[in-house]
Design a protein around this ligand. Structure first.
Ligand SMILES: NC(=O)c1ccc[n+]([C@@H]2O[C@H](COP(=O)([O-])OP(=O)(O)OC[C@H]3O[C@@H](n4cnc5c(N)ncnc54)[C@H](O)[C@@H]3O)[C@@H](O)[C@H]2O)c1
Length: 477
């Protein structure tokens, strides 16, 4: 039994986008449940911003997780929100120091490190939750409930797609942090560990066999427009035609405008038009109507990543300056990226269910689509940022029922909220009288991560992976 009381105290390791926006925001809105009392972050502006928001004194601000974890245990929980390749060491050390850990997904970028983490959790008896936020969304909770109540009968086959929008793929997997397998994670792990977690949870059985195909097909130097320089702003001859011309994405925010235009919310459609066609007028009226400033000087994903320490100036001029020599201003065909841009995975589970997962970076809109065929009914779901819908088709009656619908709202984040629900569930598992592990715990996560690692082994070696042997091999690491 743990002696933990509310508010839970916590240290933040890595006050980047997730640290600041997902968990930092949770603590600010749930002061009775969570309080950050120390922060470790090498980027001074980020560290100061986090400290100011959470009223953390300067002697509890550290330049790195290494420095913070040199201290005796300061709080109940360590939030590990550093990049993928920097999850293992702080997690192992935090567990050893006596912290419970809320760890960002993926658990680690290498299978052997995932296993080390699980073993350390089991050895220390701490509570470790992995941030598989999708499980906690209304959409996937509804899908799960429908299956649990037996409305689908026995699930026979699942077809699941992770459609990554073209600009998101370019931003994160070509120009950004997840472009290189050695430096970060295989894309099937980085992007789809959420999807494997969902499939595993839904099917409720261990995977038996996995096979996969995929490659980096398009984003290679030979596909660059003729005469394209290394940086878009070095006079690229294709600037008016290239989908990926950096100012189009980071200054004109075309993807966000397209999202607003596709939304079924009329007000957002109007705002999209305003941002696209009347930007000068918008600049003028945003002086008087403060919320419009957010639209004129949009600063969320992916713009946030342009700023790594410099003054957060969101004017077009400042962004142009950054794009001239930032990785985000580079030609997408000349980025030394090596992660796949499309991949398919086939899974057979031990209970006989088959599933296939398709992931690609060429979608017209961001989101997952899902089809589950069962002995009694078929479920078809769309989980897009621009809106969500689940339809259930009953085989016996022939009826069709809309069981879930959500429109785009200002709060619709990249994962349709779920962050706050995940932290709530994690805190619940800490204060619960029983010693429990959260829903998305270390052991379960490793099982779903195994499918991603197995998929890459299959893709690279051209084999069907026997999961029992793969699991045994992993346990021996
Ligand atoms: N759960 C989800 O749905 C979800 C969504 C997006 C990203 N992620 C994951 O969250 C993690 C963080 O992603 P992000 O987008 O916030 O990245 P980010 O780059 O914005 O944040 C990482 C932060 O870690 C800091 N850092 C670097 N070295 C450090 C050190 N030695 N000590 C302390 N901090 C250090 C960086 O300066 C940076 O601010 C990644 O693993 C990513 O895959 C999860």
């Amino acid at each position: 039994m743990f002696k933990i009381k509310l508010p839970i105290t916590a240290v933040m390791l890595g006050a980047g986008r997730r640290g600041l926006q997902a968990y930092g925001e949770y603590a600010l809105k749930n002061k009775k449940k969570l309080k950050f009392i120390a922060v470790a972050e090498p980027i001074k502006t980020r560290c100061e911003k986090f400290a100011k928001l959470h009223k953390i004194p300067s002697n509890r601000c550290y330049k790195s997780w290494e420095d913070l974890l040199l201290e005796e245990k300061l709080a109940d929980v360590a939030f590990v929100c550093t990049q993928d390749q920097m999850h293992t060491k702080p997690t192992l050390l935090a567990l050893e120091k006596g912290y419970h850990v809320l760890l960002e997904k993926p658990m680690a970028h290498r299978l052997e490190d995932c296993i080390k983490i699980v073993k350390k959790v089991e050895e220390t008896g701490r509570v470790l939750g992995v941030s598989h936020v999708l499980r906690y969304t209304d959409f996937f909770s509804t899908v799960y409930e429908i299956a649990r109540k037996g409305l689908l009968g026995d699930i026979v086959n699942i077809s699941h797609r992770e459609n990554v929008m073209w600009y998101h793929y370019a931003h994160s997997f070509i120009r950004g942090p997840w472009s290189n397998v050695e430096k970060s994670s295989p894309m099937i792990l980085a992007k789809c560990c959420h999807d494997f977690d969902l499939l595993f949870h839904l099917v409720g059985s261990l995977p038996k066999k996995v096979s996969s195909f995929g490659s980096l097909m398009h984003f290679k130097p030979e596909n660059a427009p003729k005469g394209a320089p290394e940086y878009c702003l070095e006079g690229c001859p294709a600037k008016d035609k290239c989908l990926y011309y950096a100012p189009r994405i980071y200054i004109d925010i075309i993807p966000q405008i397209q999202l607003m235009e596709k939304s079924d919310n009329r007000f957002l459609k109007i705002l999209g038009k305003l941002r696209k066609n009347y930007v000068k007028f918008l600049k003028y009226i945003s002086k008087f109507v403060t919320p419009l400033k957010e639209l004129r000087y949009y600063r969320d994903f992916p713009i946030y990543y342009l700023y790594t320490g410099q003054k957060e100036d969101y004017t077009d001029e400042a962004k142009l300056k950054i794009l001239k020599n930032s990785q985000y201003g580079k030609c997408v065909y000349r980025c030394n990226n090596d992660v796949v841009d499309h991949q398919v995975v086939n899974i057979e589970f031990e209970n006989g269910v088959t599933a296939n997962l398709t992931m690609h970076g060429f979608s017209e809109q961001e989101g997952r689509t899902l089809r589950i065929d069962g002995t009694k009914a078929t479920l078809i779901g769309e989980f897009h940022i621009s809106g969500e819908k689940i339809i259930l088709y009953d085989h016996f009656t022939g009826s069709e029922k809309l069981v879930h619908r959500k429109k785009l709202t200002r709060e619709s984040g990249e994962h349709g909220v779920g962050n706050f629900e995940l932290v709530d569930a994690y805190i619940e598992s800490l204060i619960n009288k029983e010693k429990t592990q959260p829903l998305t715990n270390a052991r379960e996560t490793v099982e779903s991560h195994l499918m991603a690692f197995a998929a890459d082994e299959s893709r690279l070696k051209g084999i069907v992976v026997d999961m029992e042997k793969f699991r045994e091999r992993a346990e021996q690491i």
